[in-house]
Design a protein. Structure first.
Length: 336
């Protein structure tokens, strides 16, 4: 009869995509994992996985065994949870991936509060604006903005989100307020590049009216370009140009008046925020609790930001542009 620990190894290897990733989760070396998997296959008398240096592939027998093992392990987890009688303590190592700005402003503080509630928990937070492979990287969960989640991952919605164009009041005093997307071509726009040397970018907009309106794409450029969103953010605060950012990245500055959103008749790209993880059925308690905490954190934050009124600044425009429209364009984060 197969051992439950060997079943866990087999299932986790399939979910994680490799023996090394499963080993990081379960606490053993790839060599030990390979021996245990070979022992499991020898005991069953069938090959479960086709193994190569790059990937694992289930055999027909392995697919059937995988489904049965997942059900058995889920039943065992439920039985252990019942015996725990409501114990809700997260322990072990939680590894989280997040974009840089979102991680610094929202995910990092959320982890700080979560860790305070679970003193036996260790957390590693990796911040990167590149697309990180959750399974190959050994992460328990990854927070992402926009994009289509990989088919083998589970996505849980954290918040609605869109991109907004904004600038410091000092810049808008000096250069005026763009009244249409086409006017952005005449402005200094801070270009956020991803591995490109181009000093221009295409910003896409949709009229804020009824659904189905045709989108508009505008080629923008400026003297400043960076591959780091935080640097672009700092330049915008310094009054050096217009920047396009996730509304969650600039929500605090929009609320207190340090940045002002423009083009209220147009909406930027919608890019909802999700937390991704490997499986609902085979999820460590620490990951489950953390995801639940993140959902609650974003719901609370969205409600708070939606209730904040933008600061009522009335700077004089050197070009005679009224700032009444600026106050109307300040955007709070949409509800989660």
């Amino acid at each position: 009869m197969a051992d439950l620990s060997d079943m866990r190894l087999f299932v986790q290897s399939v979910l994680a995509g490799s023996l090394s990733a499963a080993g990081r989760e379960l606490g053993f070396s790839p060599a030990v994992g390979s021996k245990r998997l070979a022992r499991l296959e020898a005991g069953l008398g069938v090959r479960l996985l086709q193994r190569s240096s790059r990937r694992l592939a289930l055999t027909e027998e392995g697919q059937r065994y995988f489904e049965r093992c997942r059900a058995i392990l889920a039943d065992v987890a439920d039985a252990e949870a019942e015996l725990a009688q409501g114990r809700r303590e997260a322990t072990g190592l939680l590894r989280v991936s997040s974009p840089v700005a979102l991680g610094r402003r929202w995910i990092g503080p959320a982890i700080q509060r979560f860790a305070a509630l679970h003193p036996q928990l260790r957390v590693q937070l990796s911040l990167s604006d590149g697309v990180v492979d959750l399974l190959d990287g050994g992460f328990d969960c990854a927070v992402r903005i926009g994009g289509d989640p990989a088919s083998r991952l589970v996505a849980r919605h954290l918040a609605d989100n869109r991109r907004v164009v904004c600038a410091a009041p000092a810049y808008l005093q000096r250069r005026g307020v763009p009244q249409s997307p086409a006017e952005l071509a005449q402005h200094d726009c801070i270009v956020l590049s991803r591995g490109s040397a181009s000093s221009s970018a295409d910003w896409r907009f949709v009229p804020a009216g009824p659904a189905g309106a045709a989108p508009v794409s505008v080629r923008v450029s400026g003297r400043l370009q960076t591959d780091n969103g935080e640097q672009a953010h700092d330049w915008a605060l310094a009054g050096l140009g217009l920047v396009r950012r996730s509304v969650w990245d600039v929500a605090v500055e929009l609320a207190d008046g340090r940045l002002v959103a423009v083009l209220p008749a147009w909406t930027g790209e919608h890019a909802p925020i999700h937390v991704l993880f490997a499986s609902r059925e085979f999820l460590p308690l620490r990951t489950r609790l953390f995801i639940d905490a993140l959902v609650a954190e974003f719901a609370k934050a969205a409600a708070g930001l939606a209730g904040q009124a933008p600061a009522r600044r009335k700077p004089r425009s050197k070009r005679g542009v009224g700032f009444r429209s600026l106050r109307q364009t300040a955007v709070a984060a949409p509800p989660a």
